[in-house]
Design a protein around this ligand. Structure first.
Ligand code: BTN
Length: 248
């Protein structure tokens, strides 16, 4: 029987300053013969935080959570979007526990409060043949920062007018992540898929999208097992990858 303590041997690595906690995690995996699951690298100041699709992740020093968790799911590469789902759901569960309302997952895995982004996820996988040997789960969560250069960003403090202790937030989040990871390890895909769609921004609602050539309205009908967005545009069903479409 698998115990619900997948991160029993985890280590917390606190760094004052680093380029990117994801990059540090990659080096750690390369250099060590064994890295225990749940090992987490957290930086007070991340100098070159990386975001999805080659973007950057800006975060003021000492005000937010920027960290990477190493897991070793040993699952098939074709199932990799399930990791994205359980991480996004862990953030949803965590924000819920803090009493935050109007949380949603903006496909593929941005976390929004109403129309503003509070957290981003960058997952990088290290493969061995057709299996995911290690997955580096990088998370940026806006906590105590109140001024942002981008206008669609928010933070816990902007929402609740309260300051938070970063270390205790991290400990709470890791517990929830571990629980959600357990769902994945015990193959509870229906539970995961239903929860993901329930929290997906715009699910079964008509929204505007744009591709490199046009703008159009469509209804989100689901997400494929490979993580593609499934849309219904008029009578036409379509599947779009992250590089092909922007969700307006
Ligand atoms: C996104 O929304 O584009 C993803 C942002 C992910 C940012 C986190 S911060 C910790 C980890 N280290 C990185 O360099 N990026 C991720």
């Amino acid at each position: 029987m698998m115990l619900n303590t997948l991160f029993h041997d985890k280590k917390l690595i606190h760094l004052q300053e680093i380029d990117s906690t994801n990059e540090y995690a990659k080096l750690l995996i390369k250099e060590l013969t064994y890295v225990s699951e749940g090992t987490t690298i957290i930086a007070k100041n991340q100098l070159h935080g990386r975001g999805q699709m080659g973007s950057s992740w800006e975060s003021n020093p000492n005000q937010n959570l920027t960290f990477s968790v190493i897991i070793s799911p040993k699952m098939l590469v074709v199932e990799q979007f399930q990791i994205s789902k359980i991480v996004a759901l862990a953030l949803v569960g965590f924000l819920n526990q803090l009493g935050i309302k109007n949380i949603s997952i903006k496909w593929p895995n941005d976390i929004y409060i109403k129309e503003k982004k509070i957290a981003g996820i960058l997952i990088e996988n290290i493969l061995k043949i057709n299996k995911i040997e290690h997955s580096i789960v990088g998370i940026g969560l806006n906590v105590n920062q109140v001024n942002f250069t981008t206008k669609n960003a928010t933070s816990l403090q902007l929402i609740t007018s309260q300051a938070y202790d970063l270390n205790s937030l991290l400990a709470r989040f890791l517990e929830i992540l571990e629980r959600n990871y357990f769902l994945l390890k015990s193959n509870q895909h229906t539970v995961i898929n239903e929860a993901y769609l329930k929290n997906l921004l715009g699910f079964q609602i008509e929204r505007k999208f744009s591709t490199s050539t046009e703008q159009f309205k469509a209804i989100i009908t689901g997400v494929s097992s490979m993580g593609k967005l499934q849309l219904k545009r008029g009578e036409q069903l379509m599947e779009m990858g992250i590089k092909e479409i922007t969700f307006l």
